[in-house]
Design a protein around this ligand. Sequence first.
Ligand SMILES: Cc1cc2nc3c(=O)[nH]c(=O)nc-3n(C[C@H](O)[C@H](O)[C@H](O)COP(=O)(O)OP(=O)(O)OC[C@H]3O[C@@H](n4cnc5c(N)ncnc54)[C@H](O)[C@@H]3O)c2cc1C
Length: 306
Amino acid sequence: MRSLLLWMARNTWLRRNLPRLWFARRAVRRFMPGEDAGSALAAGVQFQIEGIGQLYTRLGENLTRIDEADEVAAHYRGVLDEIRERHLDGEISVKLTQLGFDLDVERTFQHASSLAAQAAESGKTFWIDMEGSDYTESTIAFYERMKASQPNVGICLQAYLRRTAADIQRLLPLMPEIRLVKGAYAEPATIAYRSRHDVDSNYVALCVSMLEAVRNGGTVRIGLGTHDVRIIEQVAEHATALGLPRTSFEVQMLYGIRMDQQRRLAGAGYVVRDLIAYGEAWYPWYMRRLAERPANVLFALRQIVG
Ligand SMILES: Cc1cc2nc3c(=O)[nH]c(=O)nc-3n(C[C@H](O)[C@H](O)[C@H](O)COP(=O)(O)OP(=O)(O)OC[C@H]3O[C@@H](n4cnc5c(N)ncnc54)[C@H](O)[C@@H]3O)c2cc1C
């Protein structure tokens, strides 16, 4: 089921046609407050009241025309303005291919740098999402290049990749901001752990390596990008054992998933941030959410008939 859904996520015919269907638009509502930035920001205001920070991401990836990247960058400039004007504890998280990475790396760099500079004016971080493994090395190299002039940049790393332990060691001297996720793409066993047990064990081990770096005087902002509360609790126990407070890391979850836990953790003194996705280009992203939990397919079907 996971492979089928991930194949559907990549299929260009389905990507073009399925989102036109009314029932698909209805089903996706569970994972996003709306297709426009206004809906996302309105949801963010509610999170703010509950003490939950936000990450905003406009869905879209693998652009085919570079002028689309200019439009995407202009869009995010507007979102950053709104975040500042509304005094939101909000940051933006962007896919490099949404800024034209496949087409023009220098233009992508200019856009990313200017967005990071604007975010810095309000003391915020500009986050870079991680895409499939064809992009891992180039995204990390891009991050290193950005960090040389822009301290307020974060990157997502994936615990299912065997290389990530080395990538964390590589980035630690840069005082990085790292969101660790399990990983959402279909990757071969040669480069990725495939069993849940192996991915989860690696996830915890990678968190411990970052916490140890903090305990040893290093600077790393750690974001746990997971809904796996069991893992979050294990990491919290490791932090305590190392003499670090629970605020030594933050929990980042997706809009619409485990909202009860997001509120509970925020109430228990954890730093929690909700990633609010929005936009018209939701199809591949939504299919990856379905692939993560086959029960979501049943949920989607119930929405269609109900
Ligand atoms: C803030 C954030 C940013 C992310 N950014 C990236 C990125 O840049 N690149 C990337 O490859 N991946 C990214 N991901 C996705 C990530 O890689 C995983 O695919 C996703 O988070 C599911 O894994 P999990 O850690 O929640 O653990 P799982 O083991 O999949 O899930 C743990 C539990 O959480 C709940 N849960 C998880 N997913 C769902 C769902 N879709 N619907 C309902 N319940 C669910 C279930 O109760 C499940 O038992 C991001 C995730 C988050 C939270």
